[in-house]
Design a protein around this ligand. Structure first.
Ligand SMILES: Cc1cc2nc3c(=O)[nH]c(=O)nc-3n(C[C@H](O)[C@H](O)[C@H](O)COP(=O)(O)OP(=O)(O)OC[C@H]3O[C@@H](n4cnc5c(N)ncnc54)[C@H](O)[C@@H]3O)c2cc1C
Length: 467
């Protein structure tokens, strides 16, 4: 169920009631001021015109806003830092965008129990730095870790560069405080590692993309800080050989902390921006890292190097020290931005079983060539998660149509290989129509039933996730 945009009079009455109830709330309504908050990182999408943008500073303020929105039938768009790549936080017509970055307190770091309790507005990297002061480690690290919020990471169930070994955001969530569509505040879990009381509501809200409730606090599980990483780069003369190496690493039971793939097109784009001196003639590069520490790390990289050489690596090099490793990791983290320099880059996000990496790489190449669409491929290959990035000419009138055909063919290939159309960036707006094809109509009906039970008016993030 999706609520219609609020009528202008309704919107005005809502804003007046909001100002009355929360006189100190930061509330923007001037289009010049709301404009930067309409978009996320999907510049190809068409956001709506919001009624306003509010910046609550506490759970109590969120509750008041949600209650008033419900009473006036005004939709709400929860928003973190707006770095999303599936349109989850883009503005909806007549809706109030609710920016949660003000709830950025780190309430408690419990070193004894290896937990942190924080607001959704804290940046991922900031959380990492703060817990590291206590010798602790929060593993989920999307490439956007310096600029994305924990709330956005939770709502998207974000992945990152350490998932091969440590898993995704969901694996570190013990408890959430959530404001529901009727203003009720619930807690979904607790402070224990094990907890099976009732349905697993924590998992339900993680990855719900702001459509089921607004996360106002989280208790996250931490690990002891691992030793510094050792980094290896392997270069290949074909993308398929690099894909074979990924499958071979998994086949040999090697579990590095990071196993990232960059194709030639992306490598050249990164090199043009960062000038790292990477092999410009390579058809693909793998970045493999170990945080096993000391000799164990060296042995893990030796094993990974053997797997790469067995599948045709043309050269292999290791970072001399941590600073060089940080630089090399930057190459991967900047891939999205680097590709944007080459044209309009539309980054997609698919996942396949790791053994199917060579097959999907071959299919993506074949589909792109047949339709004349340039596709850069990079991603968290060790998780089977790739980001085919479509480079479009801004002046090409047919680009959008060709791209739709390419996306459809790639998604069908992914499903044929037992994969997923959305690996870590969310369903958002562009993949809603694919939900039934992947999950089946009965599963989608369950999702609609959950949505109707939790948000009967359909005021939370309309037009996102559900078809
Ligand atoms: C360069 C770049 C690299 C990236 N790399 C990765 C990567 O490696 N892995 C990965 O998974 N993603 C990656 N992303 C995508 C993006 O950064 C993540 O999805 C991130 O989790 C979004 O966080 P945000 O704070 O920007 O959320 P936003 O974009 O503001 O919002 C994302 C979604 O979360 C919802 N939301 C936000 N806060 C709340 C809340 N408190 N309660 C309920 N719903 C909420 C919004 O409604 C929206 O649906 C990358 C993006 C960029 C630009």
């Amino acid at each position: 169920m999706t609520s219609a945009p609020a009528a202008p009079a309704t919107g005005a009455a809502f804003l007046a009631a909001l100002r009355d109830a929360l006189p100190t709330l930061r509330l923007l309504t001037d289009p010049a001021e709301t404009e930067p908050h309409r978009w996320d990182e999907t510049e190809y999408m068409r956001p709506g015109i919001p009624l306003g943008v509010a910046f609550p500073a506490s759970t109590a303020e969120v509750v008041t806003i949600v209650r008033l929105a419900g009473a006036h039938g005004v939709p709400l768009v929860p928003r973190g830092a707006g770095t999303g790549l599936s349109g989850g936080a883009i503005a909806a017509d007549g809706a109030l965008t609710l920016v949660l970055t003000g709830l950025d307190a780190i309430h408690a770091i419990d070193a004894e129990n290896q937990l942190v309790r924080c607001g959704p507005g804290v940046l991922n990297a900031e959380l990492g730095r703060r817990v590291a002061e206590h010798g602790l480690f929060y593993p989920p690290d999307p490439s956007s870790y310096e600029i994305s919020t924990i709330g956005g990471n939770l709502a998207e169930n974000a992945g990152g560069l350490r998932c091969v070994k440590y898993g995704v955001t969901r694996d570190y969530v013990l408890d959430l405080e959530v404001v529901l569509a009727d203003g009720a505040v619930i807690r979904t879990g607790g402070a224990t590692v094990k907890d099976v009381m009732g349905y697993d509501l924590t998992s339900l809200f993680v990855g719900s993309e702001g459509t089921l409730g607004i996360i106002t606090e989280a208790t996250l599980r931490l690990l002891p800080l691992p030793p510094p990483k050792l980094t290896l780069l392997a270069f290949f003369d074909s993308l398929t050989a690099a894909g074979e190496a990924v499958a071979e690493v998994a086949r040999r039971g090697i579990i590095p902390v990071t196993l990232e793939l960059i194709d030639a097109f992306t490598l050249k784009a990164v090199e043009a921006v960062l000038k790292l001196g990477l092999d410009p003639d390579a058809a693909a590069m793998l970045m493999i890292e170990s945080d096993a520490g000391g000799e164990a790390a060296a042995a893990e990289l030796d094993a990974a190097e053997a797997a790469c050489r067995a599948t045709g690596a043309t050269s292999v090099l290791r970072a001399a020290d941590a600073t060089e490793a940080d630089w090399l990791r930057e190459a991967r983290r900047r891939a999205h931005w680097a590709l944007e320099q080459a044209g309009v880059a539309r980054t997609d996000d698919i996942g396949v079983p790791r053994s199917a990496i060579p097959a999907i790489i071959a299919e993506i190449g074949e589909i792109g060539a047949r339709h004349g669409v340039r596709i850069g491929v990079f991603g968290h290959a060790g998780d089977g998660n790739l980001h085919p990035s479509f480079i479009m000419d801004r002046d090409d009138p047919d680009a959008e149509e060709r791209l739709e055909a390419v996306r459809a063919e790639i998604y069908r290939a992914v499903l044929r290989l037992g994969g997923t159309i959305a690996g870590e960036h969310g369903t958002g707006v562009p993949k809603r129509k694919w939900l039934a094809e992947q999950r089946g109509p009965a599963a989608v009906a369950v999702m609609h039933a959950i949505k109707a039970a939790l948000d009967p008016q359909g005021i939370l993030n309309p037009g996102k996730l559900l078809p």
